[in-house]
Design a protein around this ligand. Structure first.
Ligand SMILES: [Mg+2]
Length: 399
Protein backbone atom coordinates (compact mmCIF):
# COMPACT_ATOMS: atom_id res chain seq x y z
CA UNK A 1 0.00 0.00 0.00
CA UNK A 2 1.27 3.43 -0.94
CA UNK A 3 1.67 5.52 2.17
CA UNK A 4 1.95 9.17 1.17
CA UNK A 5 -0.87 10.08 -1.21
CA UNK A 6 -1.96 13.19 -3.05
CA UNK A 7 -4.89 15.22 -1.82
CA UNK A 8 -7.01 13.93 -4.70
CA UNK A 9 -6.11 10.30 -3.96
CA UNK A 10 -7.21 10.66 -0.36
CA UNK A 11 -10.53 12.18 -1.45
CA UNK A 12 -11.22 9.29 -3.82
CA UNK A 13 -10.27 6.71 -1.16
CA UNK A 14 -12.83 8.34 1.14
CA UNK A 15 -15.70 8.77 -1.31
CA UNK A 16 -15.31 5.25 -2.69
CA UNK A 17 -16.33 3.93 0.70
CA UNK A 18 -19.92 4.15 1.91
CA UNK A 19 -19.33 3.88 5.63
CA UNK A 20 -16.85 6.58 6.64
CA UNK A 21 -16.09 8.61 9.74
CA UNK A 22 -13.76 11.60 9.83
CA UNK A 23 -12.33 12.33 13.28
CA UNK A 24 -10.63 15.69 13.36
CA UNK A 25 -8.72 17.81 15.84
CA UNK A 26 -9.65 21.53 15.78
CA UNK A 27 -6.85 23.93 16.74
CA UNK A 28 -4.06 23.99 14.20
CA UNK A 29 -6.22 21.97 11.78
CA UNK A 30 -9.28 24.10 10.91
CA UNK A 31 -8.38 27.07 13.13
CA UNK A 32 -4.96 28.74 12.77
CA UNK A 33 -2.89 28.66 15.97
CA UNK A 34 -2.77 32.01 17.76
CA UNK A 35 -1.01 33.22 20.89
CA UNK A 36 -4.18 34.53 22.48
CA UNK A 37 -6.85 31.79 22.34
CA UNK A 38 -9.60 34.43 22.52
CA UNK A 39 -8.51 35.61 19.08
CA UNK A 40 -9.30 32.34 17.32
CA UNK A 41 -11.42 32.47 14.19
CA UNK A 42 -13.43 29.84 12.37
CA UNK A 43 -14.00 29.93 8.62
CA UNK A 44 -17.66 30.16 7.52
CA UNK A 45 -17.28 27.94 4.44
CA UNK A 46 -15.66 25.31 6.59
CA UNK A 47 -18.66 25.30 8.95
CA UNK A 48 -20.98 24.79 5.96
CA UNK A 49 -18.80 21.98 4.62
CA UNK A 50 -18.88 20.17 7.98
CA UNK A 51 -22.68 20.21 7.95
CA UNK A 52 -22.72 18.49 4.54
CA UNK A 53 -20.92 15.49 6.03
CA UNK A 54 -23.63 14.94 8.65
CA UNK A 55 -22.97 11.84 10.79
CA UNK A 56 -19.72 11.10 8.97
CA UNK A 57 -17.84 13.85 10.78
CA UNK A 58 -16.77 14.31 14.38
CA UNK A 59 -14.31 16.59 16.11
CA UNK A 60 -11.97 15.26 18.79
CA UNK A 61 -10.36 18.12 20.66
CA UNK A 62 -8.92 19.14 24.02
CA UNK A 63 -10.58 22.53 23.57
CA UNK A 64 -14.22 22.97 24.60
CA UNK A 65 -17.57 23.38 22.87
CA UNK A 66 -19.28 25.66 25.37
CA UNK A 67 -18.44 28.69 27.53
CA UNK A 68 -17.03 32.04 26.50
CA UNK A 69 -13.93 30.34 25.11
CA UNK A 70 -15.83 27.53 23.43
CA UNK A 71 -15.79 26.73 19.72
CA UNK A 72 -19.59 27.17 19.70
CA UNK A 73 -19.01 30.92 20.22
CA UNK A 74 -16.71 30.92 17.17
CA UNK A 75 -19.38 29.21 15.08
CA UNK A 76 -22.00 31.79 16.13
CA UNK A 77 -19.60 34.67 15.51
CA UNK A 78 -18.58 33.38 12.10
CA UNK A 79 -22.21 32.93 11.00
CA UNK A 80 -23.19 36.14 12.71
CA UNK A 81 -26.19 34.33 14.16
CA UNK A 82 -26.87 31.99 17.03
CA UNK A 83 -30.34 31.19 15.72
CA UNK A 84 -28.98 30.05 12.38
CA UNK A 85 -26.34 27.85 14.04
CA UNK A 86 -29.01 26.27 16.21
CA UNK A 87 -31.75 25.85 13.60
CA UNK A 88 -29.53 24.63 10.79
CA UNK A 89 -27.42 22.40 13.04
CA UNK A 90 -24.16 24.12 12.17
CA UNK A 91 -22.21 23.49 15.37
CA UNK A 92 -19.20 21.20 15.10
CA UNK A 93 -20.39 17.82 16.38
CA UNK A 94 -18.20 15.54 18.43
CA UNK A 95 -16.08 15.22 21.51
CA UNK A 96 -14.31 18.10 23.27
CA UNK A 97 -12.44 18.68 26.54
CA UNK A 98 -10.24 15.69 25.62
CA UNK A 99 -13.20 13.33 25.80
CA UNK A 100 -15.72 14.52 28.39
CA UNK A 101 -17.87 17.09 26.54
CA UNK A 102 -20.00 15.62 23.78
CA UNK A 103 -22.42 17.46 21.51
CA UNK A 104 -24.40 16.85 18.34
CA UNK A 105 -24.54 19.45 15.59
CA UNK A 106 -27.44 21.25 17.33
CA UNK A 107 -25.20 21.72 20.40
CA UNK A 108 -27.14 19.27 22.58
CA UNK A 109 -24.52 18.57 25.25
CA UNK A 110 -23.70 15.67 27.56
CA UNK A 111 -20.77 15.10 29.91
CA UNK A 112 -20.18 11.37 29.91
CA UNK A 113 -18.24 10.15 32.93
CA UNK A 114 -17.85 13.35 35.01
CA UNK A 115 -19.01 13.79 38.62
CA UNK A 116 -20.44 16.98 40.14
CA UNK A 117 -17.75 17.35 42.82
CA UNK A 118 -15.17 17.30 40.04
CA UNK A 119 -17.00 20.04 38.17
CA UNK A 120 -17.12 22.07 41.41
CA UNK A 121 -13.38 21.78 41.96
CA UNK A 122 -12.66 22.65 38.32
CA UNK A 123 -14.67 25.84 38.74
CA UNK A 124 -12.23 26.99 41.45
CA UNK A 125 -9.10 26.23 39.48
CA UNK A 126 -8.76 29.44 37.37
CA UNK A 127 -8.86 31.58 40.51
CA UNK A 128 -6.16 29.48 42.19
CA UNK A 129 -4.07 29.65 39.02
CA UNK A 130 -4.34 33.43 39.02
CA UNK A 131 -3.10 33.85 42.55
CA UNK A 132 -0.20 31.39 42.13
CA UNK A 133 0.87 32.90 38.82
CA UNK A 134 0.72 36.45 40.20
CA UNK A 135 3.08 35.43 43.03
CA UNK A 136 5.48 33.64 40.70
CA UNK A 137 5.68 36.47 38.18
CA UNK A 138 6.29 39.04 40.90
CA UNK A 139 9.42 37.06 41.81
CA UNK A 140 10.57 36.03 38.32
CA UNK A 141 9.88 39.31 36.50
CA UNK A 142 10.08 41.91 39.27
CA UNK A 143 10.45 44.82 36.84
CA UNK A 144 7.17 44.08 35.12
CA UNK A 145 4.58 46.83 35.67
CA UNK A 146 1.38 45.81 37.46
CA UNK A 147 -0.58 46.65 34.37
CA UNK A 148 1.47 44.50 32.01
CA UNK A 149 1.60 41.66 34.51
CA UNK A 150 -2.20 41.68 34.74
CA UNK A 151 -2.42 41.67 30.96
CA UNK A 152 -0.06 38.69 30.61
CA UNK A 153 -1.93 36.78 33.31
CA UNK A 154 -5.25 37.50 31.63
CA UNK A 155 -4.03 35.85 28.44
CA UNK A 156 -2.21 33.03 30.23
CA UNK A 157 -5.19 31.67 32.14
CA UNK A 158 -7.82 29.92 30.08
CA UNK A 159 -10.84 29.68 32.35
CA UNK A 160 -12.52 26.83 30.53
CA UNK A 161 -15.02 24.60 32.37
CA UNK A 162 -13.45 21.16 32.04
CA UNK A 163 -9.91 21.90 31.00
CA UNK A 164 -8.61 25.06 32.72
CA UNK A 165 -5.28 25.77 31.10
CA UNK A 166 -2.11 27.76 31.53
CA UNK A 167 -0.95 29.06 28.17
CA UNK A 168 2.43 30.82 28.35
CA UNK A 169 2.74 31.90 24.71
CA UNK A 170 2.49 35.62 25.50
CA UNK A 171 4.77 35.36 28.52
CA UNK A 172 7.38 33.50 26.45
CA UNK A 173 7.02 36.21 23.87
CA UNK A 174 7.80 38.79 26.52
CA UNK A 175 11.19 37.15 27.24
CA UNK A 176 11.48 36.32 23.56
CA UNK A 177 15.02 35.43 22.64
CA UNK A 178 16.12 34.04 25.95
CA UNK A 179 15.56 30.31 25.91
CA UNK A 180 17.03 29.95 29.37
CA UNK A 181 14.25 32.18 30.68
CA UNK A 182 11.63 30.26 28.71
CA UNK A 183 12.80 27.07 30.37
CA UNK A 184 12.61 28.66 33.82
CA UNK A 185 9.08 29.81 33.03
CA UNK A 186 8.20 26.27 32.03
CA UNK A 187 9.39 25.11 35.46
CA UNK A 188 7.07 27.71 37.01
CA UNK A 189 4.19 26.46 34.87
CA UNK A 190 4.84 22.89 35.94
CA UNK A 191 5.09 23.90 39.62
CA UNK A 192 1.75 25.75 39.59
CA UNK A 193 -0.03 22.85 37.91
CA UNK A 194 1.48 20.30 40.31
CA UNK A 195 0.34 22.46 43.23
CA UNK A 196 -3.19 22.34 41.85
CA UNK A 197 -3.04 18.55 41.66
CA UNK A 198 -1.94 18.50 45.32
CA UNK A 199 -4.81 20.84 46.21
CA UNK A 200 -7.34 18.53 44.55
CA UNK A 201 -6.27 15.75 46.92
CA UNK A 202 -7.49 17.72 49.92
CA UNK A 203 -10.93 17.71 48.29
CA UNK A 204 -10.89 13.92 48.15
CA UNK A 205 -10.19 13.92 44.44
CA UNK A 206 -6.90 11.98 44.44
CA UNK A 207 -7.41 10.27 41.13
CA UNK A 208 -9.64 12.76 39.38
CA UNK A 209 -7.21 14.93 37.47
CA UNK A 210 -4.25 14.80 35.15
CA UNK A 211 -1.83 17.29 33.59
CA UNK A 212 -1.83 17.42 29.82
CA UNK A 213 1.21 19.17 28.31
CA UNK A 214 1.17 20.59 24.81
CA UNK A 215 3.37 19.57 23.13
CA UNK A 216 4.93 16.83 25.28
CA UNK A 217 7.59 14.13 25.10
CA UNK A 218 5.35 11.14 25.71
CA UNK A 219 4.60 9.34 28.95
CA UNK A 220 6.84 8.45 31.85
CA UNK A 221 5.45 6.68 34.89
CA UNK A 222 1.92 7.44 33.76
CA UNK A 223 2.62 11.18 33.53
CA UNK A 224 3.25 13.31 30.48
CA UNK A 225 6.79 14.63 30.10
CA UNK A 226 7.16 18.35 29.62
CA UNK A 227 9.18 19.45 26.61
CA UNK A 228 11.61 22.14 27.74
CA UNK A 229 12.75 24.93 25.46
CA UNK A 230 15.83 24.54 23.30
CA UNK A 231 17.38 27.18 21.08
CA UNK A 232 15.32 25.86 18.17
CA UNK A 233 11.85 25.74 19.69
CA UNK A 234 9.81 26.68 22.73
CA UNK A 235 8.58 23.18 23.56
CA UNK A 236 5.63 23.02 25.96
CA UNK A 237 3.55 26.19 25.79
CA UNK A 238 0.32 25.00 27.47
CA UNK A 239 -0.52 22.78 30.42
CA UNK A 240 -4.11 21.71 30.82
CA UNK A 241 -5.69 20.55 34.04
CA UNK A 242 -7.91 17.77 32.79
CA UNK A 243 -10.11 14.98 34.00
CA UNK A 244 -8.12 11.79 34.49
CA UNK A 245 -8.83 9.31 31.74
CA UNK A 246 -9.81 12.09 29.36
CA UNK A 247 -7.52 11.09 26.54
CA UNK A 248 -8.21 11.35 22.88
CA UNK A 249 -7.61 7.68 22.02
CA UNK A 250 -10.34 6.59 24.47
CA UNK A 251 -12.46 9.42 23.01
CA UNK A 252 -12.19 7.81 19.58
CA UNK A 253 -14.02 4.75 20.96
CA UNK A 254 -16.73 6.95 22.47
CA UNK A 255 -17.23 8.55 19.06
CA UNK A 256 -17.36 5.12 17.40
CA UNK A 257 -19.86 3.98 20.02
CA UNK A 258 -22.19 6.90 19.17
CA UNK A 259 -21.65 6.61 15.42
CA UNK A 260 -22.51 2.91 15.33
CA UNK A 261 -25.50 3.29 17.65
CA UNK A 262 -26.89 5.96 15.29
CA UNK A 263 -26.71 3.46 12.46
CA UNK A 264 -27.73 0.24 14.18
CA UNK A 265 -29.58 1.33 17.32
CA UNK A 266 -27.10 -0.55 19.48
CA UNK A 267 -24.09 0.87 21.37
CA UNK A 268 -21.32 -1.68 20.75
CA UNK A 269 -19.56 -0.78 24.04
CA UNK A 270 -22.81 -0.25 25.98
CA UNK A 271 -24.78 2.96 26.48
CA UNK A 272 -22.81 3.89 29.62
CA UNK A 273 -19.39 3.74 27.97
CA UNK A 274 -17.19 6.79 28.59
CA UNK A 275 -13.51 7.72 28.42
CA UNK A 276 -13.04 7.08 32.12
CA UNK A 277 -14.26 3.51 32.14
CA UNK A 278 -12.56 2.83 28.81
CA UNK A 279 -9.41 0.70 28.69
CA UNK A 280 -6.18 2.66 29.03
CA UNK A 281 -3.76 1.14 26.54
CA UNK A 282 -3.80 1.11 22.77
CA UNK A 283 -3.76 -2.70 22.67
CA UNK A 284 -6.75 -2.97 24.98
CA UNK A 285 -8.66 -0.36 22.96
CA UNK A 286 -8.00 -2.29 19.74
CA UNK A 287 -9.02 -5.56 21.42
CA UNK A 288 -12.26 -4.06 22.69
CA UNK A 289 -13.12 -2.93 19.14
CA UNK A 290 -12.31 -6.39 17.75
CA UNK A 291 -14.55 -7.99 20.35
CA UNK A 292 -17.53 -5.63 19.98
CA UNK A 293 -17.54 -4.21 16.45
CA UNK A 294 -18.02 -6.59 13.55
CA UNK A 295 -16.18 -5.78 10.32
CA UNK A 296 -19.29 -4.69 8.41
CA UNK A 297 -20.11 -2.08 11.08
CA UNK A 298 -16.66 -0.57 11.35
CA UNK A 299 -16.39 2.59 9.23
CA UNK A 300 -13.36 3.63 7.23
CA UNK A 301 -11.69 6.06 9.64
CA UNK A 302 -9.95 9.27 8.65
CA UNK A 303 -7.94 10.96 11.40
CA UNK A 304 -6.70 14.53 11.16
CA UNK A 305 -4.31 16.18 13.60
CA UNK A 306 -1.43 18.64 13.90
CA UNK A 307 0.27 17.75 17.21
CA UNK A 308 2.65 14.82 16.89
CA UNK A 309 6.19 14.92 18.26
CA UNK A 310 9.31 12.77 18.16
CA UNK A 311 12.57 13.87 19.71
CA UNK A 312 15.80 11.91 20.07
CA UNK A 313 16.82 11.40 23.68
CA UNK A 314 20.61 11.48 23.52
CA UNK A 315 21.05 9.91 26.94
CA UNK A 316 19.15 6.73 26.17
CA UNK A 317 19.63 7.00 22.40
CA UNK A 318 15.93 6.37 21.91
CA UNK A 319 13.03 8.36 20.51
CA UNK A 320 10.65 10.16 22.83
CA UNK A 321 7.37 10.18 20.96
CA UNK A 322 4.35 12.18 22.02
CA UNK A 323 1.92 14.88 21.00
CA UNK A 324 -1.78 15.00 21.87
CA UNK A 325 -2.88 13.69 18.46
CA UNK A 326 -0.42 10.80 18.30
CA UNK A 327 -2.56 8.37 20.30
CA UNK A 328 -5.80 8.62 18.36
CA UNK A 329 -4.03 8.78 14.98
CA UNK A 330 -2.03 5.67 15.89
CA UNK A 331 -5.23 3.93 16.99
CA UNK A 332 -6.85 4.79 13.64
CA UNK A 333 -3.87 3.32 11.80
CA UNK A 334 -3.97 0.17 13.98
CA UNK A 335 -7.72 -0.29 13.45
CA UNK A 336 -7.20 0.09 9.70
CA UNK A 337 -4.71 -2.79 9.75
CA UNK A 338 -6.84 -4.93 12.05
CA UNK A 339 -10.03 -4.43 10.03
CA UNK A 340 -8.22 -4.37 6.67
CA UNK A 341 -9.54 -0.95 5.79
CA UNK A 342 -7.70 1.89 4.12
CA UNK A 343 -7.90 4.20 7.13
CA UNK A 344 -6.26 7.54 6.44
CA UNK A 345 -4.00 9.58 8.70
CA UNK A 346 -3.68 13.24 7.78
CA UNK A 347 -1.13 15.61 9.30
CA UNK A 348 -1.53 19.38 9.10
CA UNK A 349 1.53 21.63 9.43
CA UNK A 350 0.25 24.18 11.94
CA UNK A 351 3.45 26.12 12.60
CA UNK A 352 3.03 29.80 11.72
CA UNK A 353 4.45 33.22 12.52
CA UNK A 354 2.56 33.37 15.81
CA UNK A 355 3.16 29.87 17.13
CA UNK A 356 6.41 28.19 16.21
CA UNK A 357 6.28 24.40 15.91
CA UNK A 358 8.28 21.77 14.04
CA UNK A 359 6.93 21.25 10.52
CA UNK A 360 7.13 18.58 7.87
CA UNK A 361 9.26 19.77 4.94
CA UNK A 362 9.10 17.16 2.18
CA UNK A 363 10.63 14.00 3.62
CA UNK A 364 12.12 15.87 6.58
CA UNK A 365 9.96 15.18 9.65
CA UNK A 366 12.42 16.29 12.33
CA UNK A 367 10.65 16.94 15.61
CA UNK A 368 7.46 15.21 14.44
CA UNK A 369 8.32 11.70 13.35
CA UNK A 370 11.36 9.47 12.74
CA UNK A 371 12.24 6.50 10.53
CA UNK A 372 11.37 3.97 13.26
CA UNK A 373 8.02 5.60 14.02
CA UNK A 374 5.05 3.21 13.63
CA UNK A 375 2.72 6.12 12.88
CA UNK A 376 2.77 7.01 9.16
CA UNK A 377 0.96 9.86 7.48
CA UNK A 378 -1.04 9.27 4.30
CA UNK A 379 -1.27 12.96 3.58
CA UNK A 380 0.57 16.04 4.80
CA UNK A 381 -1.16 19.40 4.44
CA UNK A 382 1.80 21.74 4.04
CA UNK A 383 0.28 25.14 4.51
CA UNK A 384 -1.87 24.78 7.60
CA UNK A 385 -5.58 25.34 8.19
CA UNK A 386 -6.11 27.50 5.11
CA UNK A 387 -5.01 24.70 2.79
CA UNK A 388 -6.78 22.06 4.88
CA UNK A 389 -10.08 23.95 4.64
CA UNK A 390 -9.79 24.13 0.84
CA UNK A 391 -9.17 20.39 0.68
CA UNK A 392 -12.03 19.75 3.12
CA UNK A 393 -14.44 21.80 0.97
CA UNK A 394 -13.47 19.74 -2.08
CA UNK A 395 -14.22 16.59 -0.14
CA UNK A 396 -17.52 17.86 1.31
CA UNK A 397 -18.76 18.91 -2.13
CA UNK A 398 -18.63 15.28 -3.21
CA UNK A 399 -21.07 14.23 -0.50
MG1 LIG B 1 -4.30 20.77 17.41
Amino acid sequence: MKIIKTKEEVISTIINEENILIVQDIDGVCIPLVQDPLKRELNKEYIRSVSKLRESFSVLTCGEHEGRRGVNRLVEKSLNSKTKAKEDGLYLPGLAACGVEFQDRFSNLTHPGIENKEIDFLARVPKMMRSMLTNELKIFLPKLSNELREKLIEVAICDTRFTPTLNFNEIFNYVKNDFGKVKRLQLIMEKIMNNLLEESKSFGLENSFYLHMMPNLGLKGGKERIKYATKDEFGTTDIQFIINGAIKEAGLLLILNKYISNKTGIHPFGAEFNVRNAPKTLNELVNLCRKKIPNDQMPLLIGVGDTVTSVKDNKSNSWLRGGSDRGFLTLIQRLGETYKKENQVIFVNSSNDEVLRPRVEGSDMTGISDTDDYLKFNLVINDGPEEYIKWFQQLANKF
